[in-house]
Every structure is written in structure tokens, then in C-alpha cells.
Design a protein around this ligand. Structure first.
Ligand code: DGJ
Length: 543
């Protein structure tokens, strides 16, 4: 009763105040729902897959964002990821300015786009560049990491309570404000807490207090949970001891920031990762070591168990993938899609991205995919991102269908790679042969061929969803797809009963054209997907 009265009269603390501002008819809050080993990202109460793009680091200002609206549209995005800078929203300690924040949000909402905000707080790419000047100017109050020689570096220490409290206060103010202005619309669907956190320039803080903790025991609960032998950090974590120590304090710090935000407005949260270690290094010319080739303490693949155990307020750990090698790309997808972690690619480069999207969605149940720097062409879409824009165009209307089949054997991708000119996929009643036919060149796997010097990289890609035993949704580019009754069945051949190109509208299939099939000069039912790409629905009969 007292609580009700307090709300009605507006007497409340920060948390209750925010709650009292909830409009009567809010849309359901976005959330990550887990069933079995599968995560579904629910937005407006429906399965959603983020077809995203991240703007450049300096674009999180209203005028720059607004000049990129046409590029966002041309990229077929449904979500834009953009930074919110601590030094911009709290230029003077305790005085917050959300004018630019509001303008951007209103604009994105008017464009019919969803948003992911990137909190550039204590950490941005393993440094402290977007902290306010009143933080930078006062290293006594806001201590920095000391390197092994005792010198301060351009990174705030994760060991400092003052640093944590200052960040938490600003982040909480942002979440309080966000709830107030966005709860009815839910334009913002997820929040990235910090950016590529970690320390670049030192594996950990070597301050006397930090050294004392490092030489003491590793927390027994942590060591037991990670199946490490109890003892000092060195005894428990061996060669990774300094990095694990840093990861423990970083993940505790970020978890506390995220938790404070969730108490105000419980949107899904994630932390993004600058890869490194054990063959995932982005900086080839350097020794692949924490603090050298990548920021130490981030949730790199070999620190993922620790982060998952120690940061429960972070819903997803999202790797930024700039690698162009499919071997490394797939290795990272494999590491980050786990029963306790949904696959979310919040930053990726161009090049392989057009193909990687197919792997991520079909084979790793990805809940989102976003190339970085989408506003790099100003109002124009970047030509090197045309493949991703085309992927998103085909995929966009089929999201509910695909989201329902992700994580099952009824959704699969066939992607051209150097040395691979065709792929066989196996479904319940049919074996499917996808042959790659890149326009104007041999497929990258043609027998006996070596790629000509300067040959364009592989580009053919197909995704196939088994809608029912005899019905398939096919989307892709530069390929042919042929069906046969599954090996070992009583049937010897198959034929089409329907082939249509089209799209979905509110969940219902709309045919645009009757699809193109071969004219009788084939051994089985086959569709061709051009370089422009197509979304097709086919029905078959076996005989
Ligand atoms: C990764 C960072 O997270 C981004 O903010 C951006 O700096 C890119 N690197 C640039 O490649």
C-alpha cells in the first residue's frame, strides 16, 4: 500500500521512480529466451534476428547519424549499433546531458529501426579514451593500470572501487533515462556494456595492492567451478595466471555495472571481444599475448568459461570477427556458440562477411550479425558491403521462419570456399546437392584448377530450410540446388510440384514469380540462383 501511494505521489528513489514512469501499454521488454540449448531473441514478443550494422567510432552524434539514414536503409538493416560516450553524456561530474542521445533515438525510431547502444565507458578497445576529462585528469582518484615496470598506462584499473562506482553511476543514469524515454517503444533492444574491455599495454595491474592479491589465493569458488586446482593464481592457472587474474577483476567490474543497469531497466546485455590467443590473434606480426596483441582480461575464447562463471548479468559474449580466413572465422563461431552463450556477431569486416552470415545463421543459430563501419560511405552504402546488404534483403522477411528452425537439422548452409566448388546437404527425406556457379569464373573448388592471380574471393552461398518433409525454403546466390530422395529410401527420383520465388508478409508466403527450373535436361529437380539472389519456396514429390 505504502509503495503504491509513494508511486502515485511521485515520492521514490531512482529505481522506483523509473518504474513509476512505465506507460500502461508497454510492448514486452526484449529478452533472450533459452529452450534446451537454443536461444531465441524475442523482440515485441516475437522471434527476432538482428540484421545489424555498427557505425564508426565517431558517428554517435545526431548530425552524423542522420546523414547515414539512407545508407542504413540501403543496407536493409533492421538494427543499428551506435556508441554512447561517457565523456559526452557526463562532461562535468554529476551533470548529465542526454540531448544528443534523445535526438538519435527519436530519429532511429522514426526510421523504423531498432537500436543497440554501445556503452563506451571505462573501456574502449582496451583503453580509456572515452572517459570524461575529469576522470582522465585525476589519476590519483581514478587509478590507472600500472605496467610491470610500475608506469601508469592509458587504461583505468579494474581493481579500483572508485573507477567502478563512477562508471556505474553514469551507466545507471543512462539506463534510467533510456527507460524513461524508450520503454513504450523499445527502440533499444540490447546494450553492449563497455567496448572490447581489457588492458592493452599490460597483462594486468601491477600496483602493490594488485600484486598482493595476485600472490594470494585465487578465489576457491572460481577455481573449483573451472576445475582448477586450488592455490595461488599461478598454481591454478599456470601460464594464463596474469590474464585470468585480470579477466576475473574485469568481469566482476563489468558484471556489477551491468547488474546495476538491469535493476533499472532489464534489457539484454552483452560484452564484445577483441580476439586473441591460440590462433585467433588479429595482429599477426606480434606475439599472440594478452596485453600485447589483444587487450588482456577480455572474454577471449580461452577466458570464456571464466567470464561465463563470473558475469551472470551479461547475457551474451559476442566476438568481433575481422578475420578473412574461413578456418579462423569458423573456429571462432564454434567457440562462441555454446549451450550457455548465443552466437552474436556484433562487429565484422567486409569480404568474407557475405558468406559468414550464412554460416552464422544456418549452422550456428546466430541471433544477430553486424558489419562494422556501415556509414563509411556517408549516405551511400559501402560497395564492399553489397554482399551483406543482399543477404539481408533476402533474409529479412523470412526471419520468423528461419528463427523457428535455427538450431535444428532442418536449416543448413552451403557456402563456396577455396577448394570447395559444391556441397552436399542431408535433410530428412532428401539429399541436396548445391553446386556453385560464380558468374564469370570457375567455382573456387573446380577440380584441377588453381585460383588465377587476383581472382575474386569465393562468393556463392545458399541457405536451405526444410519447411516440411517435401517443402523447402531456399535462399542464395550464384548456385544451383538439386534434390534426390535421401540415400537408402525406397524412392529413386523426385520432381517438383511447385517452384516459386517470393517473400513473406506477416508470416504468409507471397509469390512474385514462378521460379526458374531446368527444362528437362537435368537428372533431378533443380533451381538456379542468380548473382542477384533469390528467395524460393519449392515443393517436391518422390517416385
Ligand atoms: C573494434 C572496436 O570494437 C570498434 O569500436 C572499432 O574500433 C573497430 N575495432 C575498428 O576496426
Amino acid at each position: 500500500m505504502r509503495k503504491k501511494l509513494g508511486r502515485a505521489l511521485g515520492f521514490c528513489g531512482v529505481l522506483a521512480c523509473a518504474a513509476s514512469l512505465a506507460p500502461a501499454q508497454s510492448k514486452p521488454i526484449p529478452q533472450l529466451v533459452k529452450q534446451g540449448d537454443k536461444f531465441t531473441f524475442m523482440v515485441d514478443g516475437k522471434p527476432f534476428i538482428m540484421l545489424g550494422g555498427q557505425v564508426g567510432n565517431f558517428t554517435g552524434f545526431p548530425d552524423r547519424m542522420e546523414s547515414a539514414w539512407p545508407a542504413f536503409k540501403a543496407m536493409n538493416l533492421n538494427t543499428v549499433e551506435y556508441p554512447v560516450y561517457w565523456n559526452v553524456i557526463e562532461p562535468v561530474e554529476g551533470k548529465f546531458d542526454f540531448s544528443g542521445f534523445d535526438q538519435i533515438l527519436r530519429g532511429l525510431r522514426a526510421q523504423g529501426l531498432r537500436a543497440v547502444i554501445l556503452w563506451f565507458g571505462t573501456w574502449k578497445n582496451g583503453a580509456m579514451d572515452w572517459t570524461p576529462n575529469w576522470v582522465k585528469a585525476d589519476p590519483k582518484r581514478f587509478p590507472r593500470v600500472l605496467d610491470s615496470g610500475g608506469k601508469p598506462i592509458r587504461v583505468l584499473s579494474p581493481m579500483s572501487r572508485t573507477n567502478l562506482e563512477a562508471d556505474k553511476k553514469a551507466y545507471s543514469a543512462m539506463m534510467t533515462h533510456l527507460r524513461q524515454i524508450d520503454e513504450a517503444d523499445r527502440t533499444v533492444i540490447m546494450v553492449q556494456v563497455e567496448n572490447e574491455p581489457g588492458s592493452l599495454g599490460s597483462v594486468r595491474d601491477f600496483s602493490p595492492e594488485s600484486n598482493k592479491l595476485f600472490n594470494g589465493p585465487a578465489p576457491a569458488k572460481l577455481a573449483a567451478g573451472l576445475k582448477k586446482k586450488p592455490g595461488t593464481w599461478k598454481e591454478a592457472f599456470g601460464r594464463e595466471a596474469d590474464e585470468a587474474f585480470n579477466a576475473y577483476y574485469l568481469s566482476s567490474y563489468i558484471n556489477e555495472v551491468a547488474q546495476a543497469g538491469k535493476q533499472i531497466y532489464p534489457l539484454p546485455t552483452y560484452v564484445n571481444v577483441w580476439n586473441g590467443g591460440y590462433g585467433t590473434n588479429d595482429n599477426w606480426e606480434r606475439f599472440d599475448r594478452p596485453g600485447e596483441s589483444y587487450p588482456s582480461g577480455g572474454a577471449v575464447a580461452h577466458m570464456l568459461d571464466l567470464w561465463k562463471a563470473n558475469a551472470p548479468a551479461i547475457d551474451a559474449i559476442a566476438s568481433d570477427i575481422y578475420h578473412q580466413s574461413p578456418i579462423t572465422y569458423l573456429k571462432i563461431l564454434n567457440s562462441y556458440r555454446r549451450p550457455d552463450n548465443p552466437l552474436l556477431i556484433v562487429e565484422t569486416g567486409s569480404g568474407i562477411a557475405g558468406r559468414a552470415f550464412f554460416y552464422a545463421m544456418a549452422d550456428f543459430a546466430g541471433i544477430g550479425f553486424a558489419p562494422f563501419g556501415i556509414d563509411g560511405g556517408g549516405a551511400n552504402p559501402r560497395p564492399d558491403m553489397a554482399a551483406v546488404a543482399a543477404d539481408f534483403r533476402l533474409f529479412k522477411t523470412a526471419i520468423p521462419v528461419i528463427a523457428g528452425l535455427q538450431g535444428t537439422p532442418r536449416l543448413k548452409a552451403a557456402v563456396e570456399e577455396t577448394g570447395i566448388g559444391a556441397r552436399n546437404l542431408i535433410f530428412s527425406d532428401y539429399d541436396v546437392l548445391v553446386r556453385f556457379h560464380p558468374r564469370g569464373r570457375q567455382p573456387a573448388g573446380a577440380l584441377g584448377q588453381t585460383a588465377a592471380a587476383g581472382a575474386p574471393e569465393p562468393s556463392a552461398r545458399v541457405m536451405i530450410a526444410e519447411l516440411s518433409a517435401d517443402e523447402f525454403l531456399v535462399m542464395g546466390f550464384e548456385s544451383s540446388v538439386e534434390w534426390r530422395p535421401v540415400q537408402g529410401s525406397d524412392y529413386t527420383a523426385a520432381q517438383f510440384s511447385e517452384v516459386e520465388e517470393g517473400y513473406y508478409e506477416n508470416g504468409a508466403w507471397k509469390t512474385t514469380v514462378l521460379g526458374t527450373t531446368s527444362q528437362g535436361d537435368y537428372t533431378g529437380p533443380m533451381v538456379n540462383l542468380s548473382a542477384q539472389g533469390a528467395l524460393m519456396r519449392v515443393k517436391l514429390m518422390k517416385y
